[in-house]
Design a protein around this ligand. Structure first.
Ligand SMILES: Cc1cc2nc3c(=O)[nH]c(=O)nc-3n(C[C@H](O)[C@H](O)[C@H](O)COP(=O)(O)OP(=O)(O)OC[C@H]3O[C@@H](n4cnc5c(N)ncnc54)[C@H](O)[C@@H]3O)c2cc1C
Length: 501
């Protein structure tokens, strides 16, 4: 029997990986209730590449496999290719209402970007070119699901990796063998860790020159012996009616513990150069392609929250109040602003020396920074509108048909909406504003792109400031010239008289 692409994905996760949840090692992630709903969603998304009505939207024809590959692997050679990538990101994002953010298209785009700019890293490792080419093709042709784990564990942020009290805390290379490097230590946070195929591991912050043992790009298979994937508490719900988002879209976050893991040489793409790793981290091709995806996904989520907020306001007859309209208008401005920045990034796209067409980074960075403030504000607005209504819901929908049905259906109804639909709406909204999943999402949007304090500061530090400071210089010069002109005319004779009207 031929398996669908989604079924193959699910089967591939039964590979002996070491996943820990609630203090126990899971034998099989695919059968566990904490992952069931999410994996069902992922299976559906994988299957879109085989669906003849959809595959042209999410993928491109890949002659190597005689099948479609996901467009996150498309190296854009034109603006049309860039738009094709956006359409694919938007399709998966809209299928999950922007709630699932690590569908692998971000990490796959990093790989695509490194592959497209592989010649830039030859001076740091002469094998980079062949290794990334092989990996890119493997990931593309086998539909590998990837995620990133970039941060060191949060132990003492006032110290760099080499200054941490315990040398084994932060992931580092402890030994080299004929077969590869042996690594020890931890990385966080790997969203989707328990059900990904490979982890992209590299340091997020710039390292000091003497910190070479932490300077590496590793692509680590999830089932390597000695690698333990430690899950946080699950926020998955088995009650679709009560928690419609938590039941389908819970993306597990994990910490990776490396207990002397042997990473084979073909998966050690760079090592031993703090400068090389920093150039990889700041690589424009990879960042532009991957960050582009994050903005598409953010837009889908802001649109969803706006839509839910409009419905909540209507359902309680609040959308006629001026201050509610002002808040709903703010949600519209959020959506329109992100949409405009996304389009701006594509309109200003340019071809680099390698022939890759990249979206402009400045509008993308702006959208990502705005997202860290827009999303928490959107959630706050939804709370302000729904107010106590979030508590005017029975614990289960079934109660509306219970012994108190008549009374409850009367009291739980809204303005032109019956009790069942209103309760369903408020349960959905609660999954955004109040459930564990909802809280995790607010945290995610604040931080997934990095510490917002430093990402905003970076936007200032890396901005081309010449145009703006030029304006100020122009002003001073023009002003000085005018002053001079005035003084000259003072000397030339009496000023023209001016009579107020
Ligand atoms: C839900 C969620 C999912 C995530 N998923 C992923 C993922 O899939 N892959 C991945 O790689 N990462 C992921 N991340 C991690 C994310 O990249 C980090 O949270 C983010 O970079 C901030 O780092 P931190 O959490 O270690 O915070 P810290 O850097 O520890 O910051 C904590 C506080 O200290 C301050 N601070 C710390 N150091 C400094 C400093 N040097 N200067 C000024 N202020 C400082 C910060 O401003 C902040 O207020 C995820 C995070 C979350 C919350």
């Amino acid at each position: 029997m031929t398996l669908t692409r989604g079924e193959r994905f699910i089967q591939s996760l039964k590979d002996g990986r070491s996943i820990w949840l609630d203090g126990k090692r899971l034998d099989d992630v695919t059968g566990h209730p904490a992952f069931r709903g999410t994996l069902r969603t992922l299976k559906h998304l994988f299957d879109t590449l085989d669906n003849k009505d959809v595959r042209e939207q999410v993928g491109f024809w890949n002659p190597a496999t005689n099948a479609y590959a996901h467009s996150s692997f498309l190296v854009p050679a034109s603006k049309a290719d860039l738009q094709k990538r956006r359409v694919a990101f938007a399709y998966w994002a809209n299928e999950t209402y922007g709630v699932m953010s690590r569908l692998s298209d971000y990490a796959r785009s990093l790989v695509t970007g490194w592959y497209a700019s592989r010649h830039e890293f030859a001076s740091f490792d002469p094998h980079f070119d062949e290794k990334i080419t092989r990996y890119y093709e493997e990931a593309r042709d086998k539909d590998l699901f990837l995620t990133t784990a970039l941060l060191d564990p949060q132990i003492d942020r006032s110290k760099s990796p080499s200054e941490q009290q315990h040398p084994d805390a932060v992931l580092r290379i402890v030994k080299e063998t004929e077969d590869g490097v042996v690594v020890r230590g931890a990385k966080m946070v790997a969203t989707a860790g328990p059900y990904c195929h490979d982890f992209l591991i590299f340091p997020y912050y710039r390292l000091k020159e003497n910190e070479q043992q932490y300077a590496h790009l590793l692509i680590v298979p999830a089932n390597l012996p000695g690698l333990h994937i430690i899950c946080r508490e699950s926020f998955a719900s088995l009650q679709d009616d009560n928690h419609p988002l938590s039941a389908k879209y819970e993306e597990m976050d994990a910490v990776l513990l490396f207990d002397d893991v042997l990473v084979p040489w073909e998966r050690v793409l760079l090592k031993g150069s703090a400068q090389g790793i920093w150039e990889l981290r700041m690589n424009e091709t990879a960042n532009a392609l991957a960050f582009h995806q994050t903005v598409v996904r953010l837009l889908a989520k802001l649109e969803f929250v706006a839509g839910v907020s409009f419905a909540v306001a209507d359902s309680i007859g609040a959308s006629g109040f001026l201050h509610v309209q002002e808040k709903l208008g703010e949600l519209v401005t959020q959506v329109e602003s992100i949409k405009a920045l996304l389009l701006a990034s594509e309109i200003q796209a340019r071809r680099n020396d390698a022939g890759t067409v990249l979206p402009a980074l400045s509008p993308i960075e702006t959208a990502r920074n705005l997202g860290t403030r827009y999303y928490p504000r959107a959630i706050e607005i939804l709370q302000q509108i729904g107010a106590g209504g979030f508590m005017q819901v029975p614990s289960t929908l079934g109660e509306l048909d219970g012994p108190l049905a008549n009374l409850m259906k009367t009291c739980y109804a809204g303005k032109q909406i019956d009790a069942e639909h209103k309760v369903r709406l408020f349960k959905l909204a609660w999954d955004l504003v109040g459930s564990p999943l909802g809280s995790r999402h607010e945290l995610y949007e604040r931080f997934y792109a990095g510490d917002p304090v430093r990402t905003y500061a970076n936007q200032y530090l890396y901005a081309d400031k010449s145009e703006l400071t030029g304006l100020m210089r122009n002003f001073r010069q023009t002003h000085a010239a005018r002053e001079e002109g005035l003084h000259e005319s003072d000397n030339a004779g009496p000023a023209l008289s001016y009579t107020p009207q």
